[in-house]
Write a protein that binds this ligand. Structure first.
Ligand code: HEC
Length: 153
């Protein structure tokens, strides 16, 4: 059962990554940034599940979760062009466009933690769950403050 769960979670991450690639071609920044965040959510679910012991840890899965976060850190900031604040289906807060420097600072915390985790994860991924936690927990620690400041429910 544990391995079954792991397989599902890993499939979710790769599906999310594939959907990011697919929508990126359409060039709709709202669709794109939501897809990036969905991949971040899937990676958080996989990584968080392994940290809680609900999903069996493997270095490859740890590496995949970190790589998804790192990729999101590279692409997310470019998906908030002027005019994309008024879309009906966005939960991005107007504050992103009013205080871009503050938003970029939140993004830098996320992408910095993800980049450090990727650099530490090596070729095979973090060797054990303790090594994974040390890298992944700081990434998870950056979600809340950005959402509280720059997202509306
Ligand atoms: C730099 C700011 C920032 C950080 C850091 C961040 N998010 Fe987000 N997130 C956003 C914004 C802005 C949206 C709303 C995007 C929209 O609706 O246009 C969002 C939306 C989401 C969504 C909903 C996507 C959808 O389909 O509408 C999920 C899930 C999500 N974030 C998960 C996370 C998780 C998990 C983390 C931490 C690992 C995280 N986010 C870190 C800014 C951030």
């Amino acid at each position: 059962m544990r391995y079954l769960k792991y397989g599902i979670a890993a499939a979710v991450v790769s599906l999310a990554a594939a959907s990011v690639a697919a929508v990126a071609a359409e060039g709709n920044p709202v669709v794109d940034r939501k897809a990036v965040m969905q991949s971040v959510g899937a990676a958080a679910g996989l990584g968080g599940g392994m940290m809680k012991g609900e999903i069996a840890y493997t270095p490859a899965a740890g590496k995949a979760a970190i790589a998804t976060m790192n990729a999101a850190g590279h692409t997310f900031g470019a998906l908030f062009p002027d005019g994309s604040d008024v879309a009906a289906d966005t939960t991005a807060a107007p504050k992103i466009w009013e205080d871009r420097a503050g938003f970029e600072a939140e993004l830098a915390k996320f992408s910095g933690a993800a980049h450090a985790a990727a650099a530490a994860s090596g070729k095979e991924g973090p060797a054990d769950i303790e090594a994974f936690k040390a890298s992944f927990a700081p990434i998870l620690g950056t979600c809340k403050s950005c959402h509280e400041g720059y997202r509306v429910k």
